[in-house]
Design a protein around this ligand. Structure first.
Ligand SMILES: [Zn+2]
Length: 353
């Protein structure tokens, strides 16, 4: 599989409120796939694709508006303080599990528009190394706010180059291992990939597609609501990842999804109960096209669908999910059959709605 695009998506930093670079990567990757584009005040990227009727067929006078929402932000940090020794102290944006943050190399981004100013750093929690730590110290899991970044530079220089509010992301490559890909921020760059690749696959369609790459999902679905208000869609489809806990240490009935068993059709999560007719439509289409799928429920957490559904007068929504193992770590892992199933089902739906 060609993973160039996914690699670019997962290695371009973009925490909530700092999505500038990843938005440009997406816009470049979508060349030829849309008719108009704009960025709204919060930073969400709206790509509109007019109906492309089949040969000899006319486009409908008032086409159905289908909105796709894929959030493009990732969990990460902003610098909250720089101390007199030049160490950076961090404020998390989005929910990292602090147990996964030890001994990381990070990228510090002082200027979202200028990659030449980026700096690498070393992240660890404050505290003693194992040799001199007490038995109690060793058992303690620090809070995310107890981690600091060492830039290997004198304090004066750090203060010159970095500011409070600079974005910090963990540096991690994308690997292809067996039949899976693993890396950081597959939540939600895999859904950005699904959206882009499904537009590439889509040839003719009667609906008007509003493909929106939303901002600030990881801090409470903040971008999707205003974006939906602007579009006023007939149908809203959120694309995201979901838990895939079919791994040791989790009871079977809590696995949420199973890896390699297909795209997740969300029934409900902590933010939305999807429109049951849409759910049934997607399921019937998956069966008809022989695309592997699995129904799924998550009792906590949510996606942009939660915000889309409740905007203005309310909208019908559906959520398509890519099962992701080890979610919210830097080894988020998806199976190639699940990502292609998500892509194929979305393209098939847009082609026939
Ligand atoms: Zn997500």
């Amino acid at each position: 599989m060609n993973l160039k695009l996914l690699e670019r998506l997962t290695t371009t930093p973009g925490v909530p409120g700092r999505e500038h670079r990843v938005r440009q990567v997406i816009l470049d990757a979508c060349k030829g796939l849309y008719d108009t584009s704009r960025t709204d005040a919060l930073g969400s990227l709206h790509l509109v694709r007019k109906p492309r009727p089949a040969k000899g067929k006319k486009a409908p006078r008032s086409p159905k508006k289908v909105m796709i929402a894929a959030h493009m932000d990732q969990i990460g940090f902003m610098v909250r303080a720089i101390d007199d020794k030049g160490f950076l102290w961090l404020n998390p944006v989005g929910g990292f599990d602090a147990r996964n943050l030890f001994a990381r190399v990070v990228t510090v981004v002082p200027d979202v528009r200028d990659p030449s100013k980026d700096l690498d750093g070393i992240m660890n929690p404050g505290g003693k190394p194992v040799h001199i730590a007490s038995p109690e110290d060793r058992k303690k899991v620090p809070e995310a706010t107890e981690f600091f970044v060492d830039l290997g530079l004198p304090p004066e220089e750090v203060k010159k180059r970095v500011n409070v509010g600079s974005m910090v992301v963990i540096k991690a490559p994308l690997y292809e291992i067996g039949r899976v890909v693993t890396g950081q921020c597959l939540d939600n760059r895999i859904a950005c990939w699904v959206a882009i690749e499904s537009l590439k696959k889509l040839k003719t369609h009667r609906c008007e597609v509003h493909c929106v790459f939303t901002v600030q999902e990881e801090v409470g679905l903040r971008g999707a609501g205003p974006a939906t208000y602007a579009v006023q869609p007939d149908i809203g489809i959120a694309l995201d990842t979901t838990l895939c806990c079919d791994t040791p240490g989790v009871p079977d009935n809590e696995s949420v999804t199973r890896q390699g068993q297909g795209v997740g059709l969300n029934v409900m999560d902590g933010s939305a109960i999807v429109d049951v007719d849409l759910l049934n439509d997607f399921e019937a289409l998956a069966q008809k096209k022989k695309i592997p799928y699995q129904r799924t429920i998550l009792h906590r957490g949510g996606t942009d669908a939660g915000a889309m559904q409740r905007t203005a007068v309310g909208f019908r929504v559906m959520t398509l999910l890519t099962p992701t193992r080890y979610i919210h770590t830097v080894t988020e892992t998806v199976h190639e059959d699940d990502m292609t199933a998500a892509r194929d089902l979305l393209a098939a739906y847009l082609a026939q709605v």
